[in-house]
Design a protein. Structure first.
Length: 77
């Protein structure tokens, strides 16, 4: 199952704390910005995106979607 949500990572601190949160999960996560798709666990990849506007986060998880969304509440748009 895949769920897509919009998140905002508009500061360096937010990016760092987001990566710390998302790496706690074993599931796959993609960030989609325009035609770019990067691994959401890659801090270098995130900094290559345009962080001035919201980014789509694809959550590939069968059983942990609610837990992931709860952990990422402060980043959701």
């Amino acid at each position: 199952m895949m769920k897509t949500v919009q998140i905002s990572l508009n500061s360096i601190e937010k990016v760092k704390s987001f990566v710390n949160e998302i790496t706690k999960f074993d599931d796959e996560f993609d960030l989609v910005s325009g035609r770019y798709v990067i691994d959401a666990k890659s801090i270098m990849g995130i900094f290559s995106l345009d962080l001035s506007k919201p980014i789509n986060l694809n959550i590939h998880s069968d059983d942990q979607v609610d837990t992931v969304l709860e952990a990422l509440q402060s980043y959701l748009v």
